[in-house]
Structures are given as C-alpha cells and as structure tokens.
Design a protein around this ligand. Structure first.
Ligand SMILES: Cc1ncc(COP(=O)(O)O)c(C=O)c1O
Length: 490
C-alpha cells in the first residue's frame, strides 16, 4: 500500500536500519556514533548519530522502487500540490541554483526581480545567464522593497527577447506577498515559466487563513526554504515543480544532482519527511495556534511607545497583494532610533530577531510555535529596550528618501565578471569600470551594483551618501567603500 500523509517512510527506514544495528562497513567514519567524539554524543545524543546514514543504502534510497526516500519526496509533492518535489540539503540557495541552471538549458537570457536573494545572483554566475532586472516596488515610508508588479514583469519580458524564464520573490522577508497569479499569467503570456522564490512561504499551503501559495497560483517552479518556518532542520529545503509543461522534469533532476553533495545528510532529509507530515496532517491546527498567539503579540507590540507593526493594512500598497500574518515586522520609526539599535538592545537581553533594518525589525515565528509565549518575551524586552533608548539617535525629521539611481549598463554577464581577471581600485577610479562584486546600500537593500555592471558616479555617490547617513553596505569586499573590485582592463 502506498504511504499516506500520516507516514514518514524515509524517517522510518532510517530508524529501522539503526535499530537493527547492522555492520556499518561504510561512511561516515563515526559508524553511527561508535567513532564519534564523546562530546558530540553528549551534545546531540546517540540517536542522532545512529540515524546519520549515507546515501545509496539498500531499502532506504536504493533498491526496490519506490524506495522510502522516493516515497517521502512523492508525499511532499502531494502535500504541496507539485508534479514532483526534490529534497535539498543546501537550502533554498540550492533551489535558486537549480532554477537558474534549469533555465539555462533553454537559452541565455532571463528576467529577474532586482532584489532576488544573493543565491540567485550566485546562480547567474553558475549558469552564465544574462539577466534583465525588474525593479520591485519601494515603500517610500518604510524604505523597504515589496514585490514585483505584473506590469513591471511584463515590461521587462517585452524588453528581453529570447528570455527563457522569469524569477520573482514572494513573500518578502517583511511578509509582503506578490500577485503570483497575475505574474504567472504575464510570464506564460510571454511563453516562459515563472520561478517563484517562496523561501519564506513553505507554510502557505497549509491554511486557508494565509495567502495562497505560489504553486496553486500557476508558478512553474517554486523554491521553498522548508526550514525557515515549517520546522525541518537548518539547510533542508525543497524545490517543487508545477503542473505546466514549460519546465522539463528531467532537466530539473540533473540540475539538482549537479549542485548537490554525493553525501546528502540523512538527518536533513528525515527532517523534511517529518516536517511534511506535520504540515500535511496537523498544519492547519498548528498554524491556527501560531496565528492566534500572534494576534495578541501584534496588539501588544503596538502598545509599546513608538512601535507599530506591519499587517493587512499594507495590502494594496504597490507590490503588496497580500500579507503573511506569520511574520512580525515591527515598524520602529516612532521610537526615533533605528532597528539596528533596538535589535542590539534586545540582544543585550538575550532576545534575538531575524533581521534588523533602519526602520523595521523582523521577528520570525514557526508553524506550531507557542507564539503567545515567545511574543510575551519579545514584548517585555521591547518595552525595556525602548525605555532605555537614551538620546535621539536619529534626526527626527530625516531627509526625504531618495530612491536609488538606475543601475548601470550590463557590460558582461555576471559569470564573465566574476570569473574574469580582476583588480582592486580606489573608488573614484572605479567610475566607468565593470564591477566584479555586488553592492547593496541598506536601506532599502536592493542591489545598486551587480557583477558585470558598469559603475556610475551617480550610483557610487548614492551609496556613499547612504553610508554617511548611517546606512550600511552589503556585498562589498570593502564595506567602507574606499576601494572596489572591478574587472581588469585588457
Ligand atoms: C528570498 C530568499 N531566498 C532564498 C534564501 C536562501 O535560503 P537558505 O538559507 O535556505 O539557503 C533566502 C534566505 O534567507 C531568502 O530570503
């Protein structure tokens, strides 16, 4: 009888193997724990080591089909509504690598949301694809980026003859969800598949109270960072293939293999198998519980002097089609200090948030977590932090936020720039040269420069100003922007 959603075939096969205490004349060298350092055993327990079983074991992921591992992936596909699902052991980052390598089988041009995750930019280096970037919507008050509008995608695709696909991010770090159905329609109208980096939305498939998930809205390939919210172990993730015929399953399969270790960790795979079970069987109830607790936490955060939260009120803003209420994004502007400083004051109380920016802080909650309890701790720490903010750290009337200048011309592909000969030059000498590294000024964190783009004085001035106003620079090898890594001239 085929396994059902309440089963965990892969986890069970690993357990059965460990429990029969077989002769382990193979890797890993700790042999199920016998050869491990006692300190490791003490820390993680004998059972974790006993379940650390390599790939290609008969009766687990090799042998009679369907194998327990194959069944686990099939159940995941069923749970998320995918044609096929692959377990990943290098995070959603690996999913983005797979996505771009898959597209590169069809041609060399792609349309990408400009603030795609850095793993997507890395995937351009791996795949050699030549990107056309589409700008996400900028929130003029919060200075954060939301999602891509369908019209923007349409324009970018029209400007990219020969594009083999489009990739967007939804939800964002801050909980904004894009209009994926319309984005998919636009992409399909241009005859190309839509890739959705749904790293932050693995839970969306399991509750009607949440925005619909990308696969159900017509996305062709969806990257899901299962470990972020749905409870699998860090580094475990999935890539889901949708129902359309714009992406070849066999191509995805060979790309997964290309960027995967030949020794995938079984604990990661087992955690995906059991996280899927929990989501499919109890997800609705678990999410209800987490969401209920968060209603109280949101109200309590809003009572803290100077704090507000992002919620459904954001829906309708440019680039925000829906909002994921499992994210707690705190608007700190009313405290007259920055999110960075508040996060530091929380850290001093051993309370750690996922992300801090100039105007916002993001606290992440997991499916089934007792969010009310975690929220109480956060709220108490926020009260203390806000009370202890001494002097005004920030100009109470900050200058109007200037959107970043247009990014420079793409003089060569990110791959050519990344792998080409390079030199480090003083920043003023970099004007007109081709960047070999990324630069993204925060806020808002949308890359100003990516490898292969020509550096303009306008962009470098903008970044410098952002740094001068207390912002930070990500991606650069010299965060103070004294020097820059550029492609060497012939
Ligand atoms: C939008 C997005 N995509 C991909 C990733 C990469 O996920 P992972 O850390 O699972 O590799 C992240 C990580 O934060 C992300 O925010």
């Amino acid at each position: 009888m085929p396994a059902s959603q309440s089963d965990t075939p892969y986890l069970d096969a690993l357990r059965a193997f460990a429990e029969r205490n077989p002769a382990r004349l193979h890797v890993p060298g700790h042999k199920g724990g016998a050869g491990a350092d006692p300190r490791l055993i003490d820390a993680v327990g004998e059972r974790a080591l006993a379940l650390d079983i390599p790939a290609l074991m008969w009766g687990i992921d090799a042998g009679v089909e369907p194998t327990p591992f194959g069944e686990a992936q099939r159940l995941a596909a069923e749970a998320w509504g995918a044609r096929r699902t692959w377990f990943l052991v290098n995070g959603a980052s690996q999913g983005n690598h797979v996505a771009m390598l898959t597209l590169a089988h069809g041609g060399d041009r792609v349309v990408l949301q400009r603030n795609a995750h850095s793993s997507t930019v890395d995937a351009l280096v791996l795949s050699g694809l030549r990107p056309t970037f589409a700008a996400p919507e900028l929130d003029p008050e919060l200075h954060i980026a939301h999602c891509l509008r369908p019209e923007t995608l349409d324009r970018a695709l029209a400007e990219t003859p020969g594009a083999v696909g489009a990739a967007v991010v939804s939800p964002t770090y801050f909980g904004a969800v894009g209009d994926v159905a319309a984005l998919a329609e636009v992409a399909h109208g241009h005859g190309v598949p839509l890739i959705v980096d749904e790293a932050w939305g693995a839970h969306l498939a399991f509750s009607d109270e949440l925005p619909a998930h990308a696969l159900s809205l017509g996305a062709d390939l969806v990257i899901s960072s299962t470990h972020k919210i749905v409870g699998s172990l860090t580094q475990s993730a999935m890539v889901h293939l949708g129902d359309g015929d714009l992406i070849d399953e066999e191509v995805v399969d060979r790309c997964v293999t290309l960027v995967e270790s030949t020794s995938p960790n079984s604990l990661l795979g087992a955690s995906l198998d059991s996280a899927r079970r929990a989501a499919a069987v109890d997800g609705r109830a678990l999410l209800d519980k987490s969401l209920r607790g968060l209603v109280h936490t949101r109200a309590a955060v809003r009572e803290v002097l100077g704090l507000d939260v992002l919620d459904e009120r954001l829906v309708g803003a440019a680039g925000v089609f829906a909002y994921d209420p499992l994210r707690l994004t705190i608007d700190v502007r009313g405290t007259l200090t920055s999110g960075y400083e508040l996060a530091r004051l929380l850290r001093d109380q051993d309370v750690h948030v996922e992300l801090a920016g100039e105007n916002v802080m993001v606290a992440v909650f997991g499916m089934g977590e007792d969010t009310a309890m975690a929220g109480e701790r956060l709220v108490a720490a926020l009260h203390r932090a806000v009370e202890s903010v001494s002097v005004q750290e920030r100009d109470p009337e900050p200058e109007a936020f200037a959107p970043p200048p247009p990014w420079g011309e793409l003089a060569m592909t990110p791959r050519e720039a990344f792998l080409g000969r390079q030199e480090v030059v003083p920043v003023r000498e970099a004007i007109g040269r081709v960047a070999a590294e990324s630069l993204a000024a925060y806020p808002p964190g949308i890359p100003n420069v990516l490898p292969g783009e020509r550096l303009t004085s306008e962009t470098l001035d903008y970044i410098q100003q952002a740094i001068d106003h207390g912002g930070s620079l990500r991606g650069a090898s010299d965060r103070a922007l004294r020097t820059l890594r550029v492609v060497a001239e012939a």
